[in-house]
Write a protein that binds this ligand. Sequence first.
Ligand code: NAP
Length: 251
Amino acid sequence: MKKLEGKIAVVTGASKGIGASIAKHLAAEGAAVVVNYSSSKEGADRVVAEILSEGGKAITVQANVAKKAEIEHLFAETQQVFGKLDILVNNAGIYEFSPIEDITEEHFHKQFDLNVLGLILTSQQGVKHFGSAGGSIINISSIVSTLAPANSSVYSATKAAVDAVTKSLAKELGSRNIRVNSINPGMVETEGTHTAGITVAKSEGRQQTEAQTPLGRIGQPQDIAPAVVFLASSDSAWITGETLYISGGLR
Ligand code: NAP
């Protein structure tokens, strides 16, 4: 029997990168997956096609999860197609780097609106759809919540906020058997980090990170996704409020 047979999962920002890998891993363990995206319909369609070709169940739902009305639409669609919700993975997030001199209100609000407010509003809607058996919320935070590298004060602050939200909601929702945990990845090679120039081979940032990482390399999306399956499944039934670092040993 697969670990997540009969479960329904929503993964935000699953058209590419870490989210796409999470969606595929959850589906491989039997969950029916809602692959959310904001603008990359093609990417989301590709993830769903891959899941279906492996015999899994998945649909795409477009929604900007920084916006309450669109978040409501995401869960209304989920409810209509699958009838319930068991697992919510708050993965959608953006990262921008800036020295203090260049920080603008826009830089701040763009990241906080999605990474923090969006995650809170998505959790607020998600818990309404969990049944009496409860559910599992997994927040994709980051190593930067505590490592806090230079030029990342705003992004690092969003992820420190995610860790605090995780701990607070775990206490608030435990009596309803809703577990809330974070996964805090180190540098992972994705479409997003490539576009930002962070993980491009031989870039200074990548080489520095690799040199400081006990396991000597940056991560791949498939280094993260199996831990999401674990936190979504009953294997982690007595784990809540935790932050799990997956970073090759870097702190
Ligand atoms: P990515 O490759 O840039 O992919 C981002 C995903 O989020 C895409 O599917 C994108 O969809 C979606 N998205 C962006 N804005 C959205 C919005 N407003 N509403 C809904 N979906 C939205 O990112 P990634 O590197 O995989 O990162 C994923 C998460 O992991 C983020 O929370 C990030 O902070 C965290 N993280 C990443 C790393 C890393 O090194 N990669 C390390 C630690 C933590 P569209 O393309 O449709 O816009």
